[in-house]
Write a protein that binds this ligand. Structure first.
Ligand code: FES
Length: 554
């Protein structure tokens, strides 16, 4: 009676307590997360499906992470959200869950939670915004922010024009409609088999977004009956599929960190180098910003992810089973591509094999670093230049507009102190805007190296995620302005041309900075966060713990 009675306060009839599966709808809706603001409507569609299939849906709020508003960076809180959702799933009497996410970090956070609890789960991402429009042309969220910012700094665009552009860029609900991190992670959820086929691409404003949500509601009830769990879906095979799909879609470098973290929760062995090795034979097929020219709405109408996965079948584990309960081969058998300009064929790809995200090694990044080749300038992928070093992004911004900045197009710009611990939270500043004097002279790209991340919507020859980061004493902390640095992307190396004994003497003089906070979550994070090459999860959250509530033995 105590369990039933209080729920009766919500006005349910007694039949809902007849033993039918209780389906949680974990909702990251928030007005502080514009990308997720329509998710309450999506939840209504999920509920229809759950009722239809004989389940009992109960929607509940989770933490939400708005990429553009949260400081110091939404990534600082991905692990907190993952932990919160995990505990909510475990503490409440749920038989299965539908996870509603959208903005960048909400998707990996929820997948990490599902991985840890291993409760039957389906994800429904909120879908991308409609294509941005400005002066008769498509503009992409994020990607054009960086472009317009460069134009503004270079004096080729006025502030009034930028204001006009921003309203045309975000003209509907939904997450970023470039192949940024949100779209990438939505595709990763689908490639892993955790959301229904085609679900990643339906625009948030398209009625079919709600059809797929209702279908997810129907399916989760069956999934509970079949006892098909995330650990049976997110297998090593699934991660291999996802990594290859990420290469084909020109996906975000953030997928590397998030997939490593999700795999860590499941005990699936996944290494940073897997991303390079698995992606090398895969060409880029999807012509979306920032690597290409189209946007998610076009991707959807061209056939979406099923069309990509059908094209990629030679590279994928086609017997993998996702939340549909069917194999990948069955799932994509009828998938068609309606526009080869948006989704290219293997025979005539957008970019040849080996142009996806490369993993670099060397004395500057013994733990690895990544560079997204498809969004870089080909002539800079092999480059030798002298370093100009900044200890923080703020110190770079202070001087970036100065005419006397000692920099030319061959300089390698280094910003450190922006890794998981250093910032904290590993912000997306790796594609920082170029010095003004070079922009005004028409330079559009330079080699930049950092321990930071880059927005999935960003572009440029930017080496990211250098590990170990400077804040824990990684070699990046030892670089000095004027040192020679060699980037050899084809050879997969990043080398600091300084003798070992000189580096040893610099190391002797290095001391870590004080932690940014002595209390609260920031302290917990600082003490336990793993490096980028291990997914930047908290060390004590690695490994699954299941759906049972832990009990003490008395
Ligand atoms: Fe939310 Fe880009 S800001 S997805």
């Amino acid at each position: 009676m105590i369990y039933r009675s209080w729920l009766r306060a919500e006005g349910f009839t007694p039949e809902v307590f007849d033993g039918r599966p209780v389906i949680g709808i974990a909702n990251s809706w928030s007005e502080l997360t514009p990308c997720n603001v329509h998710l309450r409507t999506v939840a209504d569609a999920v509920k229809r499906g759950v009722w239809q299939s004989g389940g009992f849906p109960l929607e509940f709020p989770t933490m939400s992470l708005g990429e553009t508003l949260m400081r110091p960076t939404a990534m600082l809180f991905r692990n907190l959200m993952a932990m919160e959702v995990e505990e909510l799933l475990r503490a409440n009497p749920l038989d299965g869950v539908v996870l509603l996410s959208g903005c960048d970090k909400t998707t990996p956070a929820m997948l990490m939670a599902a991985a840890s609890t291993d409760l039957p789960a389906i994800m429904v991402t909120g879908g991308p915004m409609l294509n941005g429009k400005f002066r008769g042309a498509d503009v992409g969220s994020g990607t054009h922010v960086w472009r317009f910012e460069q134009e503004l700094v270079a004096g080729r665009m006025t502030q009034e024009q930028v204001l006009a552009a921003e309203s045309g860029m975000a003209r509907s609900c939904g997450h970023c409609m470039t192949m940024g991190t949100a779209s990438t992670m939505a595709c990763m959820a689908e490639a892993l088999g955790m959301q229904l086929p085609g679900s990643a691409a339906w625009p948030a404003a398209d009625s079919r977004r709600y059809v797929t949500a209702q279908s997810a509601g129907q399916r989760i009830v069956q999934l509970v009956a079949e006892d098909l769990r995330p650990s049976q879906i997110m297998t090593r095979q699934a991660f291999e599929n996802a990594i290859r799909v990420n290469a084909a879609i020109g996906g975000s470098t953030n997928a590397v960190i998030h997939l490593l973290a999700i795999a860590g929760r499941l005990g699936v062995p996944l290494r940073l180098d897997d991303f390079d090795e698995l992606a090398r034979p895969v060409p880029t097929l999807v012509n979306l910003m920032p690597s290409g020219r189209y946007l998610m709405e076009d991707f959807c109408y061209a056939g979406g992810l099923p069309a990509v996965m059908r094209e990629l079948q030679d590279f994928l584990h086609n017997d993998h089973i996702g939340v549909t309960g069917r194999t990948l081969a069955e799932t994509v058998a009828d998938a068609e591509c309606w526009n080869r300009d948006v989704i290219a064929s293997l025979d005539a790809p957008l970019q040849p094999p080996g142009t996806g995200t490369a993993v670099l090694r060397g004395n500057l990044c013994p733990g690895g670093a990544v560079v997204k080749q498809s969004a870089a300038s080909p002539h800079l992928l092999k480059h030798r230049g002298q370093a100009l070093v900044f200890d923080s992004i703020e110190s770079y911004h202070e001087v970036a507009e100065r005419e006397d900045l000692p920099v030319d197009a061959s300089t390698v710009l280094i910003v450190r102190g922006a890794g998981p611990r250093g910032y904290p939270g590993m912000p997306e500043i790796g594609n920082f805007v170029l010095p003004r004097k070079l922009l005004q002279r028409g330079v559009t790209d330079m080699v930049r190296v950092s321990d930071a991340r880059m927005s999935g919507t960003g572009f440029g020859t930017v080496v990211l995620h250098a590990a170990p980061e400077a804040a824990v004493g990684g070699p990046l902390a030892l670089v000095r302005s004027g040192d020679w640095i060699e980037l050899d992307t084809p050879g997969r190396t990043l080398t600091l041309d300084v003798p070992d004994d000189e580096l040893a003497s610099r190391r002797a003089g290095w001391a870590p900075e004080q932690p940014p906070s002595s209390r609260g979550y920031a302290r917990l994070y600082h003490e336990h966060v793993l490096q980028a090459d291990r997914g930047a999860d908290l060390d004590f959250l690695v490994g699954a713990s299941g759906a049972e509530v832990p009990r003490h033995n008395h």
